[in-house]
Design a protein around this ligand. Sequence first.
Ligand code: GLY
Length: 352
Amino acid sequence: MESIKASTYFVHFKEKGYSELNQLIANKKYSSIFILVDENSMDYCYSRFISNLETSLTIEVIEIESGEIHKNLETCSGVWQAMTELGADRKSLLITLGGGVITDLGGFVASTYKRGIDFVNIPTTLLSMVDASVGGKTGVDLGVLKNQIGLFANPEIVLVDIDFLDTLNDRELRSGMAEIIKYGATYDIKLLHNIKYYNHLKNNDLIHRSIEIKNEVVLQDPKENGLRKILNFGHTLGHAVESYFLESEHKESLKHGEAIAIGMICESYISSKLLSFPKEKLVELKTLVDSIYNKITIEKDDYPHILSLLKHDKKNVGGNVNFVLLNDFEDFQLDCIVPEELMIESLDYYNS
Ligand code: GLY
């Protein structure tokens, strides 16, 4: 697969990725290599990765616990501490090997350690391949508030090895699919149709095209002043639903993509009421989402908690909750203000 040129770095695939990474390590004269993993990427991905790495430098592995619940400053502090004790200096390289939590947190840890060291992203989940590892967003959650602390910082390389997807269970793969649906609905209708056509959760073309779209959008608007906001489609209500399920003791946490899929249905429903988004396309999207995800029950009692979490969304400006809505597929409207009754109605529609 052809490499994709991002702003200051490339996204490389498979063998080409490993050879570019080895080249980078040789050229940049790093002092040591740190690899950040969680128990999953350690158990299932590390040996494949390390067998492709050619270097005589000292390699230290730092393992953190998996899960969004650990994507916080306390975990960062543990990693900074470990790096310090293991002698990481300004010429050390941090390689993040894992899903979105590892690439987001690892990028943040690297770009703040000693005012910033180089890092390389090696996403091992579908979600991190098509979204988190590309585009320069790094950061962690603050309590239940997602990605509240962080900064924009680019990796040296992103290496996408699609074979890592063989290590994932179906639920994890389905979670990543939500971001591909998002690119399709907001930016590339052909991609949306191809999801149905390929009917497969591990598809090179879908992954490559998704990364291309993410990159095209980020190149035009790296700091999310305008166009990049389309990448938040489904994420306003989706993040609130995700946070609520995360903090709620009597609910099983949702995967990110499962919550975003709910958010996309709700926000498409709102689009059909507030803008001109056609009813039949709303049904088309809901049918696609229903064919991929199990139904999640959102009780009426949950609604007030979800709506109150929206008030903390970091995309809010001047106290207003900002939505990305659709006039049609590939035709979006940014910074839409939505009446609360319509948000409630959209949750009812999702439940219907
Ligand atoms: N995941 C959304 C973005 O990178 O902007």
